[in-house]
Design a protein around this ligand. Structure first.
Ligand code: GCW
Length: 719
């Protein structure tokens, strides 16, 4: 590094030490920076002359603490709470049960069918002045209402006349932490696991409280603490004590704890000969184990299970079904109100057929077999969290079973901790997809919110991108994916754009220029990532093992369906995976209107073309270009888009803090370099089949295919 660079780095470090708040991203979207707009400050101060929080629970204490932090930060004033409002305009927070004032306002009639988590916020005359009321049926509802109210201030909205009524569409809204007990996070790119098992339960890191605050602020009410490639140790008394300590921290914030259950635990921990779900001893073992768990954690949420997938033990090891396995655990949990989240990410150890078909084939016959407290956790797509996948055909296909969504928030296939990729557009693309299960309007969102098939237990899970990095998520913009996931799990009708705008205002700046520049970067980032990696429906073309860079040439591995060649099917005729009748016929797993649309080359959306079809290189695309030229166009478009993101980011210099500006600036430089590697490696490889030239007007690859194939990244995080 040059002398000049070192000097500027030292200056930067000194400058950052001088700043009042290290802009290290730690405060997430709960920064509560001083509001600069005087008119808003006056309006807020005027409405909040008195603050009353009625209730003595730990949750009410958390509400007071948050109000203090937020209002002192944003309004720059001391915050005091009154028992009884004496004069002035007042904010009153309470439930009908806890507050005579709320009862006197007859607020309960506003709370009909709002359940335990809904809330209302409204403005009403009070003793010749004005009151802003936040009320709910429970203290957790008050907490959600308080964060919703604070978000209005954080995003510069008027609170003069409020009438808000809100409640979550989905009952269980979880993070899934693929965290191992040794502190390693599988597919984690933000440092090690947050859970310091070594010092728990004695040392409660304050960071656990900030984790709970952040999640409660976006309505997440559950967390599965351990990796789905499970370790039975977490079910031992030694670890249950540690888990209980975390559960105690999260409980006031409405967050329940779940654990991953290793199906072979009766053998590994209990010394039994078998883990057969129909064996009396095994049933007894799990019943006693679950009862034991509830002595430590009275509101334990339940189990998340990966079974008979990628080598994990499960009921099929004993000739039993997923239904037998899930119901074994469900029966043990039911008396305590716990649930089983049983993952549908399964594909056989053999390779009977197209991997995209196997979960559907295994689970459809089991519809009606699962107990009422079993949810089947289904990834958004049928392969594996790719930059783009058509919605999983299981959505809409299991009428009698509660299906829950599994999104990946961590960016295993989308640039990990280096690439800026805002994922809300991906989530919305899936949630808004129409399965046509009960005719038009049978969206995936309606399947998982229970309204399509009238299911009462509903859930969504996001594979966490959180680690013990100071800024929680590694890439400074990756926090937006945690935030967006939470907002969409609460209400899937939010747009990706409005969520981005909220997050930018709360996390970076209220400057309209900053908001519009950063929103544009975020909103184009996912499509850019598709274009420079796997455009036009290509999928699973990543490097072996770490999944960061390109590897379209990968073949000859232990399983064909772990290789890139299996998915690109490139040959001298064309490219793509034929999933129509003439191929694997995976299309038959969709309802007819969907299957027909995808089956017809003319109606299949081009972004899914090579997912469903093997298409000749000279096929004429809608643009008039051949498929080969379209492929080149998309790959180069992707790298141009990242360069545009990089150029747009430069416009933020001096408008946001220098620390995060330089951090993202460095990462975007890497992202441009790596996007070009993806583009060149893939096109040079596919060209060996198409025999067609990369159009001369494009910048030609500066390395040969052989040189790209030799790149062998070592020791990448998360793998
Ligand atoms: O995406 C793949 C990952 C595995 C993960 C697996 C799963 C936890 O490469 O690391 O294992 O999916 O979802 O179980």
């Amino acid at each position: 590094m040059s002398k000049l660079k070192i000097q500027s780095l030292i200056l930067l470090i000194l400058a950052s030490i001088m700043t009042l708040h290290a802009e290290d991203g730690y405060r997430l979207w709960l920064r509560y920076e001083k509001i600069s707009n005087e008119a808003l400050i006056n309006e807020y101060n005027e409405a909040l002359e008195q603050l009353v929080v009625e209730g003595s629970s730990e949750t009410c204490a958390a509400i007071k603490a948050e109000l203090e932090l937020a209002l002192e930060g944003m309004l720059g004033k001391e915050v005091h709470f009154a028992d009884k409002p004496t004069s002035g305009n007042v904010l009153i927070i309470g439930t009908p049960a806890s507050s005579a004032m709320i009862r006197s306002l007859k607020a309960e009639n506003k709370l009909q069918d709002l359940g335990d988590e809904g809330y209302v916020i409204y403005t009403t005359p009070y003793r010749n002045r004005k009151a802003t009321i936040i009320t709910a049926n429970t203290d957790i509802g008050l907490l959600y209402g308080t964060y919703s109210f604070l978000r209005l201030l954080q995003t510069g909205q008027s609170i003069a006349e409020l009438s808000v009524r809100d409640q979550p569409e989905i009952k269980l809204r979880l993070l899934n932490h693929w965290d191992n007990l040794d502190g390693h996070v599988e597919r984690g790119y933000a440092g090690n696991s947050l859970w310091d098992w070594h010092t728990l339960p004695d040392y409660i890191n304050p960071r656990y409280v900030d984790y709970a605050r952040a999640n409660a602020s976006i309505g997440i009410n559950g967390t599965a603490l351990t990796n789905v490639n499970a370790d039975a140790q977490v079910l031992t008394a030694e670890y249950l004590e540690k888990v209980a300590a975390l559960a105690d921290v999260f409980r006031p914030y409405g967050i329940k704890v779940y654990l991953t259950a290793r199906f072979s635990a009766p053998v590994e921990l209990g010394g039994l000969e078998t883990a057969d779900p129909l064996d009396e001893e095994v049933i007894r073992w799990w019943t006693l184990k679950v009862d034991e768990i509830y002595t430590y954690i009275p509101d334990f949420g339940g189990f998340l299970v990966k079974a008979n997938s990628e080598g994990q033990p499960g009921p099929q090891n004993y000739g039993r079904t997923h239904g037998d396995g899930a119901n074994l655990l469900a029966n043990a949990l039911a008396p305590h109100g716990g649930v089983v989240m049983w993952r549908a990410f399964v594909y056989s150890n053999e390779e009977p057929e197209d991997r995209a078909k196997q979960a559907y084939n295994e689970f459809i016959p089991l519809d009606k077999q699962f107990k009422a407290n079993v949810l089947i956790q289904v990834k958004n797509g049928a392969i594996d969290f790719q930059p783009r996948e058509p919605f999983h055909p299981l959505f809409g296909a299991m009428e009698h079973t509660s299906l829950m969504m599994e999104f990946q928030i961590t960016q295993e296939y989308l640039g990990q901790g280096i690439h800026l990729t805002y994922l809300a557009p991906l989530y919305k693309e899936c949630l808004d997809a129409d399965t046509y299960a009960k005719g038009e309007g049978s969206t995936v969102a309606r399947v998982i919110d229970g309204s399509l098939f009238d299911h009462s237990i509903t859930a969504m899970a996001g594979v966490s991108n959180i680690g013990d990095d100071r800024n929680w998520c590694g890439h400074p913009i990756a926090q937006s994916n945690w935030y967006a996931y939470g907002r969409l799990a609460w209400n899937a009708s939010f747009s990706a754009e409005e969520i981005a705008e909220d997050w930018i205002r709360m996390t970076f700046s209220e400057d309209p220029e900053v908001i519009s520049i950063l929103k544009k970067i975020m909103m184009m980032s996912r499509e850019a990532g598709v274009n420079y990696r796997t455009p036009l429906g290509l999928h699973h073309q990543m490097a072996w093992h770490h999944h960061y860079g390109p590897g379209p040439w990968i073949k000859d591995k232990p399983r064909a369906d772990w290789t890139s060649a299996y998915y690109n099917r490139a040959d001298t005729v064309g490219i793509g995976f034929d999933r129509t009748k003439s191929g694997s016929n995976a299309l038959s797993q969709y309802f007819p209107p969907v299957a027909e649309k995808f089956a017809n080359l003319k109606t299949c959306p081009e972004e899914f073309l090579l997912w469903f079809h093997h298409v000749p290189w000279d096929y004429k695309m809608k643009s008039g270009r051949t498929l080969w030229d379209e492929l080149c166009y998309k790959y180069y478009l992707g790298t141009d888009q990242v360069k545009e993101m990089q150029a747009d980011w430069e416009k933020l210099k001096g408008r946001i803090d220098d620390e995060r500006f330089r951090h993202v600036q460095s990462l975007l430089k890497m992202q441009v370099r790596d996007a070009i590697e993806w583009r060149n490696a893939c096109l040079l490889y596919f060209r060996t089949y198409s025999g067609m030239p990369i159009p001369a007007e494009y910048e030609q690859a500066e390395r040969t295919l052989e040189e790209y194939m030799k790149i062998d990244r070592k020791f990448l995080p998360g793998s």
